[in-house]
Structures are given as structure tokens and as C-alpha cells.
Design a binder for this molecule. Structure first.
Ligand code: NAP
Length: 555
């Protein structure tokens, strides 16, 4: 007879990459006659926690309850971090009132001790006493860290658990590693030794691949236990978004931006609205935008809005990534269906592409030497596209005939390469002006365009001037990429989109010159990505609307 351990190994072969296998095993596990040896997580009849538990921290008991009231807008499942209060016991009467006023909510009480990553400075006995009082005040679950469970004398723990049971409260035993993701199986074994109602394993992601370890753990153990698994830190976002999809009982969220109780914790609203975690299922296609830093990228907002608008079952997550190898591991093993990549990944990924050759000609992406969009086939092969080209060409061809147009490109970096090659291909006469003139000369030679010294700008009339330098970007010291008297064009295009109106666009408008904002390029390159990934026309107007709104909100 197959043992539960064998079943675990089978799942571990392709735990995350094979959702069908997972569904099949789950069904088997629930059908006693087909797989009597596979256990399912025992039911918890009284508890109906949602997928998102909002962690509430405050400096005073009244403030904690106030925040809890506010958090109910997003979730009826709350964690009270009693250890954040200087006098946790003072909060218990308020907690009891709150619970009796809201009988339909589920509440976790946590009083983690300082030596285990919390703020509570009391001894074990005080922690146990507080948690029991919280249970008597109506909390449905108490969180005891595994170190405390191990430190307690067996008789002391048995008596405490009997009192918890009398109060009708479930026990969650937790493990936290604030430095890395390692030894997760051993952590589960330590926790399961106490046979709690919930197993919670929290590690720290040092790479994207650490998320895979956590998701595998969840998939494996959710067959027989109620599991929560999270990798903390910016690299761990995948585990927070996809944990419940992998089988976690729930995940933790912050009440709002800036009120996180753990590194990398995101606001409940963000999980609900941006990542739609309640709708994610095994059929959901996964996408990412990869870079370092990447937290402020507008791509998840733009693409998730487009997915929702067009009823595409997909989600895009920001992927904080330090190395290409790490990204490729996650692309392969999660797996991801597509990725938007930023510098330096745009060039580093080129040798890993399986782009077909078009007869004898080298495809545009290869000639540019950079791609910003990856599409991953069912065979795992990665095809690269450079949609920055469309981001430049599409807005321009709406406004003028590109064949024969005289276009000045300021800058000779990654974005300039896409512009130059794309415009030359459309038959434009392109002139490159760059701070480091030799780079302009080299690019001009490769791309059949011309290099120009900046001082020559004033004497030459252009149909279009495109800024591809970061000058004018919020936080950049240099406002204008050229001197005011060098602006000599019929149309000005600035790739910088934050702020929406850059100093260059402002100057052009003052002179009555029509402009194209970098936001239009951003949306156009994103629209092309959407089309590549989904095969559907992109809802461009909606994508533009949300990006513009968010940029204005960020001010
Ligand atoms: P990059 O590869 O680093 O290239 C930057 C270019 O700007 C280089 O040619 C550099 O000249 C020049 N440069 C930098 N600082 C300068 C300064 N103070 N004065 C004059 N020239 C300067 O960067 P990139 O990836 O091409 O990106 C460039 C800009 O385009 C960024 O602001 C980016 O946000 C924007 N962008 C926008 C979109 C969009 O969708 N709207 C898409 C892609 C990029 P040297 O050769 O002398 O260093």
C-alpha cells in the first residue's frame, strides 16, 4: 500500500508546474475508496476564515480596535498583534466588545515574544496567559510560535490547550525565519509534532526561487493540514499572491500601505483589487514584470486592469530580481506565461531566446540587441519581442508619415536603440545626438542612421525630436536634455513619463509645438505586450486612463 509519504514525493516531482496533477491528487485524497491512504486537512466546522487575514497593529488598544473596524471594509478575518501594544492585557476587554459586536468575523490573537521576532518582552507563562485570555475574549484562533510550544512543559501545554478547546479556540503554531528560506520541511515537522489546527511557516525570500520552495511546501502539506506559507521581503510577493491558489488556508495582508506588520506585506486592498487573489485558480496564467527595483512599476496596474477588462484569466506580479538565472528558474518552474523585462535584463536575456530566423534576415529584436517582452511557450521556449519599438512607432505614425521624416533622437542607450532601429525600418532619416558622442557614432554605424553633435541641433530643422535620456525625470538633476535654443522641431516626443509634463514638453508647448508624452509610449508598448500574450486587442483607452490616474495620484 502506498504511504502518505510516497504520495508527497509524487507531488513534489512537479508540484507547482502541474496543476492538473494537483487537482487529481486532491480529488483522490477526498475520495476515500480511490486513495484511502491520502489524508485531507481535518474540517474546522466553526471557522470560516476568508483568504485574506488583515494584520492589525497599533500603539494603543483603542486605536487597535478603531483600525480593526476600518479593516472590516476589506476582510472579516483579522489578526490582532497584541505584542505591538505596550500593555497587551489592556486591550482584551475592548477586544471582547469588538468580537461580540461582530459575531461573523474571524479573529487571530498573536503575542509573539521578542526573541522570536515579535515585540512582547514577557516570559512564556505571560504569553500563554495572554493568549488564553484572548481566546476567552472571543478570539477564534491563537498563534503560538513553535519555539514557545517547544519551551513549554508538556503538562503545561496540555492544560493550556484543554482550556483553549474549552473556549472553542483553534491553535495555530508558527515558524518564522527572518533571514532566509531554508529547512522548511523540518519547520513543518517541528510544528506538526504538536498537531495544531493550523501550520504556519514563514521564511524570508532572498531570491524569486525561494517562492517556489514555499509554494511547494503549501501544495504538499495542504493535502493533510491547514497550512499557511509565506516568504517575507520584496522578493516574496509571489508567495503572498499565489499562496491561497497553491492551497494555503489563507494569507496575511496589511491594513493599508505603510501599516505592514512584516517585511513585504501588501495591503489587503492591493491583494483584492490589483491581484484579484480571490479569483485566481489553477487555470490563471501568470505574468511578471522583472527588474530591480520594480516595486513602483506601473505595469502590474496597467496589465491587470487590461486582463480584468477583457476577461482574461491572468495576473501580473512585480518580480524583484537580482539575477537573470533566478528569473529563468521561476519562468520555467512556476511557470510564467510571459514577462516584461527592464534593464539590464533586456540585453542579458538575449542569448536565451528561441526566436526563429526570418529567412536570411536577422529579426529586429536581435538587431536591436534588447528585448522587453518574453512570451513562454507550452514547450518552455522563450520568444523575445521589443515592444518599445511599437511604443515609439505607433504614436508617431498616427501623426505623420515616417518614410523620409527627419527625426532627431537624443540619447543612445537601450530605449534609443529601439527607437532608432524601429524608425530606420519605417524609412525615417534618423540623427542620433548623445552626451558620449562615440556611442552615438557606433549606434549610427550599426543602424544605418547618422550621428550628430548636439550643437548642430540648432541649425537643423527636424520633423520630430525624441528624448530618450532620463533628463527631466522626477528626481533627475538635469531638467532639459538640450539647450533651449536647440529645440528646432515640428513635433516633440519625450520618453520620460514621470512627471507626465516634463520640462521639455512644457518648453515645446510654450512654443506652440505639438507633443507626445512618454505615457503614450508606455501604454503603446504595454498594449503590444498584451496582444502578444493574449492574442486579443488591448483596451488601450482603459490602460491609459489607469496609468494616467495613478501618475497623477503619485503627484
Ligand atoms: P540607458 O540605457 O541608461 O540610456 C540613457 C541614455 O541617456 C544614454 O545615452 C546616456 O548617455 C543618456 N544620458 C543619461 N544621463 C544624461 C544626462 N544627464 N544628459 C545627457 N544625456 C544623458 O537608459 P534607457 O533604458 O535607454 O532609458 C532612458 C529613458 O527612457 C529613461 O528615462 C526611461 O524611463 C525612459 N523609457 C521610457 C519608456 C516608455 O515606455 N515611456 C520606455 C523605455 C525607456 P551616455 O551614453 O553619455 O551615458
Amino acid at each position: 500500500m502506498q504511504s502518505p509519504k510516497c504520495a508527497t514525493k509524487l507531488i513534489l516531482l512537479h508540484p507547482v508546474t502541474n496543476p492538473f496533477k494537483m487537482r487529481q491528487l486532491r480529488t483522490m485524497a477526498r475520495t476515500a475508496q480511490s486513495a484511502p491512504e491520502l489524508a485531507t486537512a481535518p474540517p474546522l466546522p466553526r471557522l470560516r476564515p476568508g483568504k485574506i487575514c488583515v494584520a492589525i497593529q497599533a500603539a494603543l488598544p483603542a486605536e487597535m480596535v478603531e483600525r480593526a473596524e476600518a479593516a472590516l471594509r476589506d476582510s472579516k478575518f483579522l489578526e490582532f498583534r497584541l505584542d505591538w501594544l505596550p500593555k497587551p492585557a489592556a486591550a482584551l476587554p475592548l477586544l471582547a466588545d469588538f468580537k461580540s459586536a461582530h459575531r461573523d468575523i474571524t479573529a487571530i490573537a498573536t503575542c509573539r515574544r521578542k526573541e522570536h521576532g515579535g515585540n512582547f518582552v514577557g516570559p512564556l507563562t505571560s504569553e500563554l496567559e495572554l493568549l488564553l485570555k484572548a481566546a476567552e475574549a472571543g478570539c477564534d484562533i491563537v498563534d503560538l510560535e513553535v519555539e514557545s510550544a517547544e519551551e513549554a512543559k508538556p503538562a503545561q501545554l496540555a492544560k493550556w490547550r484543554a482550556s483553549l478547546a474549552e473556549a472553542g479556540t483553534a491553535l495555530l503554531v508558527s515558524f518564522h525565519d527572518f533571514s532566509r528560506t531554508k529547512g522548511l520541511e523540518q519547520a513543518v515537522a517541528r510544528i506538526e509534532a504538536f498537531a495544531p489546527d493550523f501550520v504556519k511557516v514563514v521564511s524570508t525570500a532572498r531570491s524569486l526561487a525561494d517562492n517556489l520552495a514555499v509554494l511547494r511546501l503549501i501544495e504538499d502539506h495542504s493535502l493533510s493540514s491547514h497550512v499557511v506559507g509565506i516568504a517575507m521581503g520584496e522578493e516574496g510577493l509571489i508567495s503572498r499572491v499565489l499562496g491561497p491558489r497553491a492551497g494555503a488556508s489563507f494569507t496575511f495582508a496589511a491594513m493599508s500601505d505603510g501599516s505592514a506588520t512584516a517585511p513585504g506585506q501588501v495591503a489587503a486592498r492591493t491583494l483584492l483589487d490589483l491581484y484579484r487573489i480571490e479569483q485566481l485558480d489553477t487555470a490563471t496564467r501568470l505574468f511578471g514584470v522583472a527588474g530591480n527595483p520594480i516595486n513602483h512599476s506601473l505595469s502590474p496596474l496597467m496589465h491587470n486592469t487590461a486582463f480584468r477588462r477583457e476577461n482574461v484569466n491572468a495576473v501580473m506580479m512585480p518580480l524583484q530580481v537580482r539575477t537573470l538565472d533566478d528569473l529563468l528558474t521561476v519562468v520555467r518552474e512556476l511557470p510564467l506565461a510571459g514577462v516584461a523585462v527592464t534593464m539590464p535584463l533586456k540585453t542579458e536575456v538575449m542569448p536565451h531566446l528561441a526566436n526563429p530566423l526570418l529567412g536570411n534576415s536577422v529579426p529586429l529584436t536581435q538587431r536591436i540587441g534588447a528585448c522587453n517582452t518574453l512570451r513562454v511557450g507550452a514547450d518552455g521556449k522563450i520568444i523575445g519581442f521589443n515592444t518599445d519599438v511599437d511604443g515609439v512607432v505607433r504614436p508617431l505614425e498616427k501623426r505623420l508619415r515616417l518614410r523620409g521624416a527627419k527625426i532627431a533622437v537624443l540619447g543612445a542607450g537601450g530605449a534609443a536603440r529601439a527607437a532608432v532601429y524601429g524608425l530606420v525600418e519605417q524609412g525615417a532619416e534618423v540623427f542620433i545626438v548623445n552626451r558620449t558622442h562615440e556611442t552615438a557614432v557606433a549606434l549610427a554605424r550599426q543602424s544605418k542612421s547618422k550621428a550628430l553633435k548636439q550643437e548642430q541641433l540648432a541649425n537643423t530643422r527636424f520633423d520630430v525630436l525624441i528624448n530618450t535620456t532620463p533628463c527631466g525625470m522626477a528626481g533627475n538633476k538635469q531638467a532639459l536634455p538640450i539647450a533651449e535654443n536647440q529645440l528646432n522641431a515640428a513635433l516633440v516626443f519625450d520618453m520620460v513619463y514621470n512627471p507626465i509634463e516634463t520640462p521639455l514638453l512644457k518648453l515645446a508647448k510654450e512654443r506652440g509645438i505639438p507633443v507626445i508624452s512618454g505615457i503614450e509610449m508606455f501604454v503603446q508598448q504595454g498594449a503590444r505586450q498584451f496582444e502578444i500574450w493574449t492574442g486579443k486587442p488591448a483596451p488601450e483607452a482603459e490602460m491609459l486612463r489607469v496609468v494616467e490616474l495613478e501618475l497623477r495620484r503619485r503627484g
